[in-house]
Design a binder for this molecule. Structure first.
Ligand SMILES: N[C@@H](CCC(=O)N[C@@H](CS)C(=O)NCC(=O)O)C(=O)O
Length: 234
């Protein structure tokens, strides 16, 4: 793709979905303009024309709008070929893309799906059930897919599209269990039972492209506030 491409990323640095776009742009060193969308107020009519769903991220690529973080990240990885992911017609490319897609699916739908439950869980019983569910999901769905991580997905020495799409959530799992926003028991169980995840996560959460926009304190405080608000109104 041409170096004169004009990219505008509509984003908010507190959003783990928008964070995916930042990781890929940072890793590929693609210049882009950033427009921060204030999520604490209703979206402006101008922004709703860009993304009728009202969500971040959205990407303007030479005037073409692309929405949904997974699609934005995949588009950028495809538009600017790199170490992140092979083309589907490269040798072994289709298979590797399928492997990455399954890992991302397992991480987001199984593990994150359980973690999101903490936003509404009220009783200790509910929280314990979610700890068990999150740990079970990680052990059965995610851990086996990291057996050959070295340190990144599928034996890669450099980050891949798998880390682009899950890194923001790996950061939050580490930070939010350490700060006891999510029960610490989750991380204790991971350390005891999931050596592949522990190794992979250590490399991911230290990677400069993954951490570039991450403000841990803000995410921890912001998540605490959101959980308190949701539980109070439930
Ligand atoms: N499926 C969307 C989810 C994006 C999303 O939920 N973004 C949140 C911020 S993390 C948002 O824009 N929320 C609008 C709001 O809070 O009003 C994606 O992957 O892009």
């Amino acid at each position: 793709m041409a170096s004169q491409d004009k990219l505008i990323l509509y984003t908010n640095h507190g959003c783990p979905w928008a964070h995916r776009a930042h990781i890929v742009l940072e890793e590929l060193k693609i210049p882009f303009e950033e427009v921060i969308i204030d999520l604490s107020v209703p979206r402006t009519p101008e922004y709703l024309k860009i993304n009728p769903r009202g969500l971040v991220p959205a990407l303007s690529y030479n005037g073409e709008i692309i929405i949904e973080s997974g699609i934005v990240a995949q588009f950028l990885a495809d538009a600017y070929p790199s170490h992140l992911v092979p083309a589907s017609d490269a040798p072994g490319g289709a298979l590797r893309r399928a492997r990455i897609a399954l890992f991302v699916d397992a991480f987001i739908s199984k593990l994150n799906g359980a973690l999101f439950g903490f936003f509404t869980a009220k009783t200790e019983e509910e929280k314990q059930a979610l700890v068990d569910k999150a740990v079970a999901a990680l052990l059965s769905e995610v851990e086996p897919l990291l057996a050959d991580a070295s340190p990144f997905f599928g034996g890669s020495e450099t980050i891949t599209l798998a880390e682009v799409l899950t890194g923001s959530f790996a950061l939050r799992l580490k930070s939010l269990t350490a700060a006891e926003v999510y029960p610490k028991a989750i991380w204790t169980a991971i350390e005891e039972k999931a050596p592949n995840y522990v190794r992979w996560s250590a490399a991911v959460v230290a990677h400069p492209s993954v951490t570039s926009i991450y403000d841990e304190e803000r995410v921890v405080e912001g998540t605490k506030a959101r959980i308190a608000k949701i539980r109070a109104s439930a």
